[in-house]
Ligand binder design. Sequence first.
Ligand SMILES: O=C(O)COP(=O)(O)O
Ligand SMILES: [Mg+2]
Length: 227
Amino acid sequence: MPNFRFPRAVLFDLDGTLVDSAPDFIAVINRMRAERGLAAMALADLRPVVSKGARAMLGAGFSDVPVAEREAWVQEFLDRYEAELGLHGKPFEGVEAMLAALEANGTTWGIVTNKPEYLARKLMPLLGWETRCAVLVGGDTLPVRKPDPLPLQHAATAIGVLAGHCAYVGDDERDIVAARAAGMPAVVALWGYRLHEDDPFAWQGDVLVHHPSELCQAQAWPRMANG
Ligand SMILES: O=C(O)COP(=O)(O)O
Ligand SMILES: [Mg+2]
């Protein structure tokens, strides 16, 4: 009878894994579209690229605008998102119960996102997570971001856990690439955002989960290195 245990620590991606932030982002894109005389875009058309960051979202929202011109809109997009932060987007259904299960089992948890750190930090008190999240690494905390493994390794070091004792949960291929390169067991969050052509079964994650509630069970987590 295998002895299932919760990991000692878990790091999470933010957008598309813990938080359904697409409703905040569609509000921003559609305000920018309206100001430029364009009709509203459907949430379903933005959702697949939300985990790919601001530039990808601007690309989806303004595909006819040259990349160089869109680049000048990145800060405006982030400023407007900051104003919209958490107004529409919420944790995915089941996330709060999953975090509570981790905490009840003594698992430390934190966040490694590619979102700028100041925006991710601002979201924490809005979600009531500011004292519960043990470490937060953003896309600009270090000189490199996911899929580079360094942000994940940096977060594990900050909470005093070896990479092999820490799982990483993410919804995008670069999350799984980063976890594998960091030596962390990788969990694919299938409830998140991805392109229609993406095949998460080909990402070589250790475990694929359809709903956060599955992660309330110790046996759903990858088998961890001893420790
Ligand atoms: O804002 C981004 O670049 C995506 O954020 P994520 O890494 O939390 O999915
Ligand atoms: Mg994501």
